[in-house]
Write a protein that binds this ligand. Sequence first.
Ligand SMILES: [Zn+2]
Length: 130
Amino acid sequence: MSSTESAFGGMFRQLIELGVIEINTEPLDARIERRLKQFWENTSCPRCGHQSIMTWEKHDRVRCRNCEFKPVYTHGTPFHEKHLSCGEVLLAFTLYADTLLSINQIAPLLGRAYKTVHTAIREAEAAVQR
Ligand SMILES: [Zn+2]
């Protein structure tokens, strides 16, 4: 790691500890949702194998026209069934996996409880290892 990066890391950590930075992941959440739905439209149904999945902008569920399988759009992804939004999972995991920050530092950054972030990271880690 270069000295520039560690200086930035140190400054970043300090700002978080001071409570200066709190991140709003809503734009990121919306982008991940759009990308996952695009993915569904271009992939085959995990139940019947047909490429006939439909998505809607306003709906959390996608639907297979062939077999009526209706999973939520996060089904089968590391974002599935988390108490965090997609953007929060991604951000928390990225910061943690790159060992930039500890969970103690990530939780206030997202305005979330330690346990919520801890669980999401552990599950994302398990999903990545699979
Ligand atoms: Zn199907």
